[in-house]
Ligand binder design. Structure first.
Ligand code: NAG
Ligand code: NAG
Length: 310
């Protein structure tokens, strides 16, 4: 669904809603870039066209029903009422996080790794504050499989071609350096062999096994309230601010996930976006109300920020 809103000042907002089954963040950005280039009357060969070959790489298997797969996908976590806050890290905040997070195991932590690990840490502290117990917290981070395949798939391959790689942090391990290295390790696991496993005729079975294993591990602990969960997605470096419909670059590109009133499947989620200048990160954080109130009082977080808002 696409909604265009025009304002009295002459500004335009374009809202897009898409099913995750059909498109992930990369697909959506390819669609936007192709659409904008077409609107600017670019010559056909300069327009990036969506490519629909993915279904011949990742082959569907009729033995597993869509319902069963969706249940496996959505089972791990409890649902609940979330509120959304936008938290902005500017370049200097990120530089100081990188200094703190660098270690012999990860010598060059990325912008996304340090902000993710820092928010993971602050959110765990908030969970402890509201519940009075420091439970282990499992995170998933969505990894773009296109770049990890050999040869890489085209960026313009449409579909949900991501995998949420997981990492667990216990109460004793709450430390930025440790969390960055756990995250790096989890992302590194999604390598050429991992993607190869999911391709071809046997791929769907492998995906099913992976989903079951992840769901089993998470749900047994989550349902007994033994563990907390945060789902991370990064849309950084997707070139969102290069999308030009002919009126110049966008003033603001945001990811408005679920709104305050909606019931979300995953209780806690964090979406990372580039800031307009390209060197900062705008985090859209969805947490349960009490957890958010607690997070908003975290002095370490507030000290590091340009903006903590609604
Ligand atoms: C969790 O909070 C309690 C106080 O409610 C505190 O004593 C404890 O040190 C906290 N645990 C961690 C790992 O920060
Ligand atoms: C799309 O992929 C992500 C990452 O693997 C997963 O969390 C999500 O549930 C998938 N969504 C659908 C609708 O298939």
């Amino acid at each position: 669904m696409i909604k265009v809103t025009t304002f009295a000042c002459g500004g335009i907002a374009i809202g897009v809603l898409v099913s995750h089954t059909i498109a992930d963040g990369i697909s959506l950005s390819v669609f936007h870039k192709g659409w904008a280039a077409t609107a600017r009357n670019k010559a056909c060969e300069d327009v990036v066209c969506p490519n629909f070959d993915a279904s011949s790489i990742f082959i569907q298997n009729g033995a597993y029903s869509r319902e069963a797969v969706m249940t496996a996908l959505s089972k791990p976590c409890k649902s609940g009422r979330c509120i959304v806050r936008r938290i902005v890290f500017d370049a200097s905040a990120i530089a100081s996080l990188k200094t703190k997070a660098t270690s012999s195991s990860v010598q060059n932590p990325t912008r996304v790794e340090v902000v993710s690990a820092f928010l993971w840490k602050c959110t765990m502290t908030a969970f402890n504050g509201t519940s009075g117990v420091q439970r282990p917290t499992f995170i998933t981070h969505a990894v773009n499989l296109r770049r990890r395949a050999d040869p890489p798939f085209m960026e313009s391959s449409m579909g949900n071609i991501t995998w949420g790689t997981g990492a667990l942090c216990t109460a004793e391990e709450i430390d930025l350096v440790c969390m960055v290295s756990k995250l790096r390790e989890a992302i590194t696991k999604v390598n050429v062999d991992f993607v190869k496993n999911l391709q071809g005729n046997g791929g769907f079975f492998k995906l099913w096994e992976l989903l079951k294993a992840r769901t089993g591990a998470v749900s047994s602990m989550a349902f007994s309230c033994g563990m907390d969960y945060i789902g991370f997605t990064s849309w950084c470096n997707f070139g969102a601010y290069d999308i030009d419909f002919g009126w110049g670059k966008p003033t603001w590109v945001s990811h408005v996930g679920a709104t305050g009133d909606s019931e979300t499947v995953f209780r806690s989620r964090i979406y990372l976006m580039d800031t307009r200048s390209g060197d900062g990160i705008e985090a859209w954080v969805l947490l349960e109300k009490d957890d958010m109130t607690m997070l908003a009082q975290d002095q370490k977080l507030l000290n590091c920020l340009r903006f903590f808002g609604s």
